[in-house]
Design a protein around this ligand. Structure first.
Ligand SMILES: [Zn+2]
Length: 327
């Protein structure tokens, strides 16, 4: 039995696991992006990617960045580069200054193998390069490494840790909002989630926050080992105790919540010193410009339905008014 898996980010929380549902999943993914506002007019091929983007220069820039992230992030997470895929991953990029940042990556797991990659990304050039692309590439690295689906919190949370600081800060602000408005997810429930919940944004912000907490205390390799053990045993409490000395999922929630209430302080120096510096990440070129709000953000913020506004506030701020909303 083969299952197509979609990793989605931002607005496009349509990911679902569909047994032998390749056609269906592709249809959903295509529909979620609506008509392309910018034609993907140029192509560029690297060892592992085939990029379609509006211009030759953008296609080349995205393809080269994808290869660099694929290498550096694989080393960062697993300690070794990813072997070349048997077939390249197609990337379709829609790039425009005021286009909301988002992406979706899908692939097929079958008998321990992973293949049939597709990746669709959109946003400003800067956000694509510094956030969307490393996020989506991390999904492909995890899929290649684990060869099976991860709990959604562990997957999306870890992928968000490689985004630009502006995006991570936004997730933290949303987390505080969710935790104070009854939208937090109890850890036993979150650890059991293999699909996206209906209220998906808290999963992203909580997953990011917990992944950050764990990575700050043990580094990325340990995080990957922890997830490996949890997947293999389905006993996440035991995996937490083995790798982080936290006795259970419930206790993890208690410890994490106390940390958030304290303002997410850095770990003790002894713990922090044991975590290797993310040299490969730091070496990757990233945009550092301030997060200037796009002109359309005011309209998004004043959306009449509070729940709807909160659900779309993360990546919807820069959406152009002419673009249909994702569902
Ligand atoms: Zn994602």
């Amino acid at each position: 039995m083969e299952a197509r898996y979609e990793m989605v980010r931002g607005l496009f929380h349509i990911g679902r696991r569909v047994a032998t549902g390749v056609t269906l999943a592709l249809g959903i993914g295509a529909a979620s992006f609506g008509p392309a506002p910018i034609a993907a007019a140029a192509g560029y091929r690297t060892a592992n990617f085939v990029v379609e983007a509006p211009t030759d220069a953008l296609a080349r820039k995205i393809g080269d960045a994808a290869e660099q992230y694929r290498h550096t992030l694989s080393v960062e997470w697993t300690g070794r580069p990813l072997p070349r895929w048997s077939r390249p991953c197609p990337i379709t990029a829609q790039v425009a200054p005021n286009l909301g940042a988002g992406g979706a990556t899908s692939f097929v797991f079958d008998r321990g193998e992973v293949f049939n990659w597709t990746m669709t990304i959109q946003g400003s050039e800067e956000r694509i390069i510094d956030s969307v692309l490393p996020h989506e590439i991390t999904h492909t690295i995890f899929a290649s490494h684990f060869r099976r689906p991860l709990p959604r919190w562990a997957d999306e949370g870890a992928c968000t840790t490689v985004e630009h600081p502006v995006e991570r800060a936004r997730q933290h602000r949303l987390l505080l909002e969710f935790l104070t408005t009854g939208r937090g997810i109890a850890f036993p429930e979150m650890f059991a989630m293999k699909e996206y919940p209906a209220d998906v944004l808290p999963l992203y912000s909580q997953g990011y926050s917990l992944a950050r907490y764990l990575i700050e205390r043990g580094g990325r390799h340990k995080y990957v080992s922890f997830v490996s053990d949890g997947l293999a045993t389905e006993n996440w409490s035991a995996a937490l105790e083995k790798h982080y000395g936290v006795t259970s999922v419930a206790q993890m929630q208690h410890v994490w919540l106390a940390w958030v209430k304290q303002g997410c302080p850095a770990p003790p120096a002894s713990l922090a010193a044991a975590v290797p510096a993310p040299a490969a990440l730091a070496a990757t070129t990233r945009g550092q410009s301030p997060d200037s709000p796009p002109p359309s953000s005011a309209a998004g913020a004043s959306a009449p339905v509070a729940t709807s506004a909160a659900r779309t506030s993360i990546y919807a701020q820069a959406r152009t008014s002419g673009q249909p909303a994702a569902r």
